[in-house]
Design a protein around this ligand. Structure first.
Ligand code: URP
Ligand code: ZN
Ligand code: ZN
Length: 479
């Protein structure tokens, strides 16, 4: 079919699930857009898909990835934009927002150009970028406006990793004030870097250098004090704030309370904090290294309360923090946990894990599942109205989801380019059967049939105050 003739595709008889409700309807796609959602559409089409017994949901949006992240000359994340986005697509994700990172002494413009070069022509799904700022000695503060003009409307800053990525409070406040002026979002890595450094020095003096020491030197209260400080700075500067990778129950509580007070703050958690617990660091040999990420895994009780916080809208989104390293690179820290590259894989499993442990086990409604995995990221990060909803005029990023498929997760069958899986052996129910990216079928019967390089950069807007609307209720049970 010539490119200039829009293909008409219909998905019939499915249960269309949006964050704000579900209905049995047909979805009509023309070219790259959804044009109609209504029961019993009787229109001529080029191709039809039967979604009887399946859910029809907006493509997942993973707003926290590290693809082709280069820690040093030798160590980089094992998934790049080509491999990682194929794994994401197979898992039902059609858009990622990846963290571009300023080099020390470098400009934001150079970092953004670099990330465009890493993703362009390789990504199989759509992508945007956040910009991590770690050096304000040059022109970075002024450059933030140019980033917004180029569609990068969120900036990550770190309260951890002193000497590498961390900014002191005065600099955090400068970035936040500038973001507030621009209407941009500040993504915060909230852990108290100085206090952690002291604990690491003490662990080192004791000779406590195994992976479990990573968790012991980053206790939950050092996350929560940083979250509280970040919220105070956001209130002071008027910045929109999203605390990334929230792992501790008390941090989620602090965010929920601030939201009740009307502070424009959101919290993101990740599947690993909902589903895995700190006992993993005790795995025999050096096995605990797989889970060395920051913040670390917590006691299981934290996970239970993070699920509640998601259901009650104290936490708003679930991203993966996909940051995979080859096992050989994890082994660099065999004698010293501080040398283990921080991060874990997960980009492929987010939708299934949240459906299985969330919807099937009664912790989230099916609409809340769509909210935290697609609609809320689209709203908060400025991707609406293109993404995050099955509705006329939206991009036809659509997943036909089979709620009955059962499978066991493992490195032998996953599609991420990494030689272990932190969810190895976990049985999950629910998987994508077909995935469409802007109307193009990219996953069929679980197989990737798309094109590397078909993903497009999606420039994002600065959303207005409606994106931060206070939740209707923070107390209600999942409905
Ligand atoms: O350990 C982690 N989370 N690595 C990725 C970088 C970050 O801080 O998000
Ligand atoms: Zn972080
Ligand atoms: Zn991250």
């Amino acid at each position: 079919m010539p490119d200039n003739i829009a293909v008409r595709t219909i998905i019939r008889h499915g249960q269309v699930v949006n964050a704000d409700g579900s209905l049995y309807a047909d979805v009509l796609i023309e070219g790259s857009r959804i044009v109609e959602v209504a029961p019993h559409l009787d229109v001529p089409c080029d191709r039809a898909f039967d979604a009887s017994g399946r859910l029809v949901i907006p493509g997942g949006i993973d707003a926290h990835t590290h693809l082709d992240l280069r820690l040093s000359e030798e160590v980089r994340t094992s998934d790049d934009f080509a491999t990682g986005t194929v794994a994401a697509a197979i898992g039902g994700t059609t858009c990622v927002i990846d963290y571009a990172t300023q080099a020390h002494g470098g400009t934001l413009a150079a970092a953004l150009d670099d990330w465009h070069a890493r993703a362009g022509g390789r990504a199989a799904i759509d992508y945007g970028f956040h910009m991590s700022i770690c050096d304000l000695s040059g022109d970075a503060e002024r450059e933030m406006a140019a980033m917004v003009e180029r569609g990068v409307t969120s900036f990550k800053v770190f309260m951890a990793y002193p000497g590498r990525l961390m900014l002191e409070d005065a600099d955090l406040a400068r970035v936040m004030r500038r973001a507030a002026d621009l209407g941009a979002l500040v993504c915060m890595h909230a852990e108290d870097g100085h206090a952690i450094e002291t604990l690491v020095a003490e662990a080192r003096a004791r000779g406590d250098l195994a992976p479990r020491a990573h968790a012991r030197t980053r206790p939950p209260h050092l996350e929560t004090v940083a979250v509280e400080r970040a919220i105070a700075l956001a209130e002071q500067t008027g910045a929109r704030l999203l605390v990334v990778h929230v792992s501790a129950a008390e941090s989620a509580r602090a965010i929920g309370e601030a939201r009740r007070r009307g502070v424009r703050v959101h919290g993101e958690t990740c599947p690993q904090y909902l589903l895995l617990a700190e006992e993993r660091y005790e795995e025999p040999g050096f096995g605990g290294a797989k889970y060395v990420m920051s913040p670390p895994l917590r006691a299981a009780a934290h996970g239970a309360r993070l699920w509640d916080a998601l259901a009650q809208d104290a936490l708003s989104t679930v991203g993966t923090d996909h940051c995979p390293f080859w096992w050989k690179d994890k082994e660099r820290g065999r004698d010293d946990f501080t040398r283990i590259p921080n991060g874990a894989p997960g980009i492929e499993h987010r939708m299934s894990l949240l459906f299985g442990a969330g919807v099937r086990e009664g912790r989230l409604s099916v609409n809340q599942w769509v909210e935290v995995t697609s609609t809320a990221p689209a709203r908060i990060f400025g991707l609406q109205p293109r993404k995050g909803r099955i509705a006329p005029c939206a991009d036809a990023d659509v997943v036909i989801w089979d709620p009955r498929t059962r499978r066991t997760i493992g490195a032998a069958s996953h599609h991420m380019r990494v030689d272990y899986d932190i969810y190895e052996g976990l049985e999950v129910t629910g998987a994508p059967e077909a995935v469409f990216l802007r109307g193009e079928l990219i996953v069929d019967e679980g197989e990737f049939v798309g094109r590397p390089g078909a993903g497009q950069f999606v420039p994002r807007a600065c959303p207005g105050a409606a994106a931060d609307r206070p939740p209707a209720s923070l107390d209600g049970p999942p409905s």
